[in-house]
Write a protein that binds this ligand. Structure first.
Ligand SMILES: Nc1ncnc2c1ncn2[C@@H]1O[C@H](COP(=O)(O)OP(=O)(O)OP(=O)(O)O)[C@@H](O)[C@H]1O
Ligand SMILES: [Mg+2]
Length: 334
């Protein structure tokens, strides 16, 4: 049998010490190795998503697309008593996406963890005036609202650890459920500093206590993020009952306007099954856009940013921009 190994340096047993030169490739006959690589990369679909990502990033950064102004100011509670379902991530990224597309947005961080304040790059160390002062001391929002880092038209009422005591302190206070509502109405009144606000988003803690009730009394819409996981629907009945109770006794204009599916992992059947079940229950309330599970989304807060600003071309950022667009378009049509 003829030895077809190329001549060249060999090990002691005769094995070639250098890789065999690339032989002719039937896919790209007549092309050298470098040209074959270039052609193969062009032929692969790698260029398409990267191109899309780059274009999305440019669009977001240039602010060339403007979302419609809502017919009425939209005041939205982001709630789910289940922890870690994407409430804060969704509040922050939807707020940034709306602001980068021309809308004026106020985020109210109503969670003592202060995660929304962190992600928006807003100082919230102990001692900083915060939403506790609004609720307990009746300090006007205008006195402590801050501008989010690097995003025009986006303001934030931060939460510090002081808020942890508010739930207990509120219990014995007069009008304990309507304190946030009064503050928002005063801030957004004609002639007041928040008159121009199109969207107020309230990020709730993972509980159905007085803080979440304050949010529900202060808003007309509830946005529920649902994680595409096995236990996603557990506890949802309790949340919906709370919305009904607030609606019946404290705020007749409240309704669940939006459900957002978060952390969708396209590789698992389970994620699709959960999404299907949620759509079966809630129909059009569920946004068509699902937020994919993505490392970039979870990395962004570590840089005091939303994923929309941290990596605007990433899948997570593009999904949040799409979800924000859907929300904006629905509000404009009403
Ligand atoms: N699409 C996503 N892909 C990957 N990680 C995500 C995604 N969305 C959120 N996360 C991560 O999951 C964790 C929980 O998210 P987040 O803090 O938004 O949930 P939450 O409902 O506000 O939690 P809590 O109930 O504690 O307030 C965070 O570490 C966040 O970075
Ligand atoms: Mg949170």
């Amino acid at each position: 049998m003829t030895d077809i190994r190329p001549a060249g340096p060999t090990w002691s047993d005769g094995t070639p010490a250098m890789p065999a030169a690339l032989g002719p490739d039937p896919t790209y006959p007549g092309l050298g190795p470098a040209e074959r690589l270039r052609t193969a990369l062009q032929d692969s679909d790698m260029g398409t998503p990267i191109g899309e990502q780059a274009a999305a990033a440019v669009r977001v950064r240039s602010g060339s697309e403007v979302f419609p102004t809502p017919v009425h100011r939209r005041v939205i509670t982001v709630a789910n008593q289940k922890g870690g379902v994407g409430k804060t991530t969704s509040t922050v990224n939807l707020a940034v996406a709306l602001a980068l597309h021309g809308r004026t947005v106020l985020v109210i961080d109503l969670d003592p963890q202060g995660n929304a304040s962190t992600a928006l790059g807003v100082p919230h160390n102990s001692g900083v005036p915060d939403v506790y002062d609004v609720l307990v001391e009746s300090t006007p929002i205008a006195d402590l609202v801050q501008l989010a880092a690097g995003v025009p038209r986006l303001r934030c009422v931060p939460a510090t650890i002081d808020l942890a005591g508010a739930e207990i302190e509120l219990v014995s206070m007069v009008a304990r459920e309507t304190r946030l509502q009064r503050a928002i109405v005063a801030y957004c009144a004609p002639g007041a500093p928040g008159e121009d606000v199109d969207y107020v988003l309230v990020d709730c803690p993972p509980s159905l206590g007085l803080l979440t009730v304050n949010a529900m009394v202060a808003t007309t819409e509830v946005l529920i993020p649902i994680q595409c996981e096995y236990y996603a629907l557990e506890g949802l009945g309790q949340l919906l009952r709370s919305v009904d109770l607030v609606k019946a006794h404290l705020n007749p204009s409240l309704s669940v306007s939006t459900i957002l599916l978060t952390m969708h992992d396209a590789r698992t059947k389970l994620a699709d099954q959960v999404a299907e079940e949620v759509r079966g229950h809630f129909g059009d309330t569920v946004l068509a856009t699902m937020i994919p599970r993505s490392v970039r989304v979870s990395e962004a807060p570590g840089y005091g940013q939303s994923v929309v600003t941290y990596d605007p071309g990433s899948r997570g950022a593009m999904a949040y921009v799409d979800a924000a667009r859907e929300i904006a378009v629905r509000g404009a049509a009403r």
